[in-house]
Every structure is written in C-alpha cells, then in structure tokens.
Design a protein. Sequence first.
Length: 68
Amino acid sequence: MSGMGQSIYNKGMERGIEQGVMQSIRAFVLDNIDEHIPKERSIAKLQKLFGITREKAEEYYVTYADEI
C-alpha cells in the first residue's frame, strides 16, 4: 500500500476503534444504570476497564445517563 493509502487506512482504523470504544462505554453505562449499580461504582469500573481518568469517566457517565 502506498504512503497515502496507508495513511487513509490508518485514520479509518483509528476512527473505527474510537467509535467502538465509545459504543462500549455507552453500553456499559446504560447497562449499569439498568442494573441499578451505584454511580460511584460505575465510574470506578469505567476508569479501570477503559483506562481513563475519573473526570473523563464522570463526563461519559453523565452524558450517557442523560439519554434515559
């Protein structure tokens, strides 16, 4: 694959992975809410499972919890 083709491929892969991770985080948050798991426990699990900061985990939790 040429340099430009490889670059386009790599960007597409990165976007796909990022979208997959975001869908997984969303599903995790919504499932935890559905299962009545406390917010603090869900946030701690988000941090551990996805390797993100507490602030980012809280941001995702609030964003997806607002969908309900």
